[in-house]
Design a protein around this ligand. Structure first.
Ligand SMILES: Cc1cc2nc3c(=O)[nH]c(=O)nc-3n(C[C@H](O)[C@H](O)[C@H](O)COP(=O)(O)O)c2cc1C
Length: 287
């Protein structure tokens, strides 16, 4: 499959086959893709714990979130769940990464002078801006790039995935023994789709011209219909949701998965869980 088509077929797949295991090699390929993604200063703060339902200790399975804002049933069905985290400790050893870049011929012309310049100027400069870097969002952006690459590989391998936000990551952090100075960014369910891989078609997107601009914000980047046509031919742009028969498919899937007519009915339980966590943490933790 061409990359363009993989991009077009990438959809949040919520209905994953609980009975079809995922080959560990495919998970490795996803992680290999995440590892290669670019990162500012080559920091590589994106890390992951892949939880394989078939081999994980029960304590780990039990630590998975009780739900998400929309569809917690996904955690219970997925044979593999990847917990993606940002390890801030990597930022503190960023100097080492920069020195590696010099040795790799990626930073500077003269090796000796470049190492010296890093120590005298560039690394202290980055350290000066450490707090700004923490809040700027670039570290999260780069983590997102890695997760996106892994996601595309998953679709290339015939898998489906869905990214799910975690409201309360305390239990996961404790049971998975995540570093103290880390945060769970997102959790990704992975498995073979039980729904049609088209998943009801391309989900709605805000019109192109309302999101992308040329030279000034507000001046729309004109969408050339020839390009649109070319991308349609390459199957990157696909038919819009809902495709015919989608409602029937959803009804059948909901029956199989024991779901009601709506998603997200675990929200009250999530709120209770968050309230309890906040009470346990006390007012200091809320600051
Ligand atoms: C970073 C991220 C977090 C998400 N978190 C959740 C979530 O907590 N619960 C959920 O049901 N869907 C979640 N989603 C899936 C979105 O709802 C989904 O991307 C959106 O409905 C558009 O569908 P599409 O991904 O198929 O285009 C998340 C997606 C992303 C990219």
């Amino acid at each position: 499959m061409e990359l363009k088509e993989v991009i077009g077929r990438r959809r949040s797949i919520r209905f994953i086959d609980p009975d079809r295991p995922v080959e560990r090699a495919k998970i490795q390929k996803m992680l290999e893709a995440a590892r290669l993604a670019s990162f500012w200063g080559n920091v590589q703060a994106l890390k992951a714990v892949a939880i394989e339902r078939a081999s994980a200790p029960q304590e780990v399975i039990d630590a998975l979130p009780i739900g998400t804002a929309i569809g917690g049933f996904q955690f219970r069905a997925a044979p593999v769940v990847i917990v993606w985290l940002l390890d801030w400790n990597q930022v503190t050893v960023q100097g080492d990464r920069l020195h590696e870049l010099v040795d790799a011929g990626a930073l500077g012309v003269n090796v000796e002078k470049s190492h010296a310049y890093l120590d005298s100027t560039l690394i202290p400069f980055f350290q000066l801006g450490n707090e700004k870097i923490r809040t700027a969002g670039i570290t999260e952006v780069d983590c997102g790039q890695g997760i996106a690459q892994a996601t595309l590989v998953a679709f290339e391998e015939g898998l489906g995935t869905c990214l799910l936000g975690v409201m309360n990551d305390r239990k996961l952090k404790r049971v998975l023994r995540l570093p103290a100075d880390s945060k769970v960014l997102v959790v990704q369910t992975v498995g073979y789709p039980k729904e049609d891989p088209e998943a009801g078609g391309q989900r709605p997107r805000i019109p192109f011209e309302q999101r992308f601009f040329l030279n000034r914000f507000g001046d729309s980047f004109r969408r050339d219909e020839n390009v649109v046509h070319e991308l349609q031919q390459a199957k990157m742009l696909q038919r819009p949701a809902p495709t015919p028969g989608r409602r029937d498919e959803l009804r059948a899937l909901a029956k199989d998965y024991g779901l009601g007519d709506i998603f997200g009915d675990e929200v009250p339980a999530i709120i209770a869980d968050m309230t309890q966590a906040a009470e346990e943490d006390g007012p200091e933790a809320a600051k």
